[in-house]
Design a protein around this ligand. Structure first.
Ligand code: GLN
Length: 537
């Protein structure tokens, strides 16, 4: 049983400083040094999970093997660490309150007034320590969402204060990530916002052990001295985090800055084997030195916010590096596509990816894009809703089933090719009720998909309510769209592919969640390869 040590990461001055990337980079370095490390995200909003949030509000909803709908930072944790996360890695204020209120109703606090301190903070502290108590991890890094000074973050900061005190200096430390803005008019980096942010943190009783400073320009000695003096932080614990070309540079930058060493010193842990990051560096070399460029069209309805497709973009980056090709993404708003403008909008693409999504906005544009890819033999990759629309397009235009649709968009369609499963029909609650998490899928002999995975049984993550309607399977297969992946228990169709097309694959699951730097996803690698081949024709 390991004795777990804790690192808390808070953010100050502004949001969007990249706490998740700093936490993941530190974890990567500690992992390379032989410490089993995981990362947890605490989110201060009241939703139970981000599953009910519009992607415009919050970016992508990341799904874990155990079916948790989580913050997109968990995607970074998995892509960097190459180990799966779980529900315990993401906790929201909603979840904390829900469990405290449930306990209150069960009479667990009988006779007591239930309060933020100690009841909410105790629940937060328990959730932080759950991962430590598994005995699996030497180090748990907990990232506190939001920015110091937010009203909703206060119970979290208070819990961190209590834990720092209870666990002791060598078992728990705190890192504060801030911004050192550059004032072009004065030609100077400014430390004042960071001084104020640290003061605010100190008012809550937390004195940071380490400052990580996001900056556009290198921090000189005098800036570091000033920060050390005003923020009560040792000078060697002031870490510069200069803007990077890619997020995948950050672990190497943090290694140069010795963030891992400072953390190990504070936690009184030995500096085992210096991280070499050989595979990581090879990936970066390939990523930064592509031999050619391809262009892939990403058809979606949230394209204004690229974070809504975070895992897909990162999976394309991993697959691009494997193929030594730069993958340029053309963002195409499905709302703006019509059968008339599709040839112009999709002209010159080497691959077409129709993205996941919900609801009927932009749906006909997605169907038109599938048709274009099918007829012009352009590599096509349909993910979740993208797969469903590939089947609808085929039913309408090849089988001539007029009005074929998913009952999600048209309850009264004469041909419900995509339909709700019986057990979904009685569900009223929206949160956490889809088919979620990891499910087994059996791949068919002699299929393209089996050749790509080089496996017969795969496990992939799901997040959807609607399914392929097997009443139409025979007709669809006879016409040349084959179901080459099925759930071995329920027979639900999970993969379709076209026989007379160089690369046309739709998957009901989300392969993008499982692509990591060390294990680029085979489907994305193959799709990028097919698109590269298409670009040479
Ligand atoms: N809206 C579709 C469903 O619920 C697809 C979901 C998705 O693309 N993740 O089945």
């Amino acid at each position: 049983m390991k004795k777990t040590k804790y690192v808390f990461v808070t953010g100050g001055v502004t949001s969007s400083l990249g706490k998740g990337i700093i936490a993941a980079s530190l974890a990567k370095l500690l992992q390379e040094r032989g410490y089993s490390t995981t990362i947890q995200k605490l989110d201060p909003y009241i939703n139970i999970d981000p599953g009910t949030l519009n992607p415009y509000e919050h970016g992508e909803c990341f799904v874990t093997d155990d079916g948790a709908e989580t913050d997109l930072d968990l995607g970074h944790y998995e892509r960097f660490l190459n180990i799966p996360t779980s529900q315990a890695n993401n906790v929201t204020t909603g979840r904390i309150y829900q469990s405290v209120i449930n306990k209150e109703r069960r009479g667990e606090f009988l006779g007591k007034t239930v309060q933020i301190i100690p009841h909410i903070t105790d629940e937060i502290k328990n959730r932080i320590q759950i991962l430590g108590k598994t005995g699996e991890f030497d180090i748990v890094i907990t990232e506190i969402g939001g920015t110091v000074g937010d009203i909703e973050s206060l119970p979290y900061i208070e819990s961190v204060r209590q834990l720092l005190w209870e666990l002791g200096d060598e078992n728990a430390i705190s890192i504060h990530l801030t911004l050192i803005p550059y004032l072009a008019a004065a030609g100077e980096l400014k430390t004042k916002p960071t001084q104020h942010s640290v003061k605010m943190l100190m008012q809550s009783g937390v004195s940071p052990d380490i400052l990580v400073c996001r900056t556009e320009h290198p921090l000189n000695e005098s800036i570091k001295n000033k920060l050390a003096l005003f923020c009560n932080v040792q000078k060697e614990a002031i870490i510069e985090s200069i803007d990077a070309e890619t997020i995948y540079d950050v672990p190497l930058l943090m290694l140069e800055e010795k963030l891992d060493e400072v953390v190990l010193n504070k936690l009184q842990l030995p500096h085992n084997n210096t991280p070499e990051l050989i595979t990581w560096k090879n990936f970066l070399i390939k990523h930064k030195n592509p031999k050619s460029t391809i262009e892939i069209g990403l058809i979606g309805k949230y394209v204004e916010l690229h974070d809504a497709y975070k895992s897909i973009l990162e999976a394309l980056i991993h697959a691009g590096a494997t193929n030594e090709v730069k993958v340029k993404v053309r963002w195409i708003h499905s709302d703006k596509l019509t059968s008339d403008n599709v040839p112009k909008q999709l002209n010159g693409l080497n691959g077409i990816l129709v993205a996941p999504g919900f609801g009927d906005r932009g749906i006909e544009g997605k169907i038109d894009a599938v048709k274009y890819a099918r007829e012009n033999k352009i590599p096509f990759f349909g993910i979740c809703l993208g797969m469903q629309m590939a089947v609808i397009e085929f039913s309408r235009n090849v089988l001539n089933l007029k009005g074929a649709f998913s009952t999600e968009m048209d309850e009264n369609t004469p041909h419900p090719i995509i339909n709700l499963m019986e057990e979904q029909k009685t569900i009223v609650n929206k949160g956490g009720t889809m088919r979620l998490g990891s499910w087994k899928c059996q791949l068919a002999e002699n299929s393209k998909i089996k050749a790509i995975y080089e496996q017969e049984i795969i496990e992939e993550r799901h997040r959807h309510r609607y399914e392929f309607n097997n009443d139409y399977l025979e007709q669809i297969e006879t016409a040349g769209m084959i179901a080459t992946g099925k759930n071995p228990k329920t027979n639900l169709v999970e993969v379709v592919e076209l026989t007379n097309h160089p690369w046309f694959i739709g998957v009901q699951y989300h392969p993008e969640y499982k692509s990591t730097v060390l294990n680029p996803h085979p489907l994305f690698v193959s799709f990028v390869k097919a698109s590269l081949e298409h670009s040479l024709t």
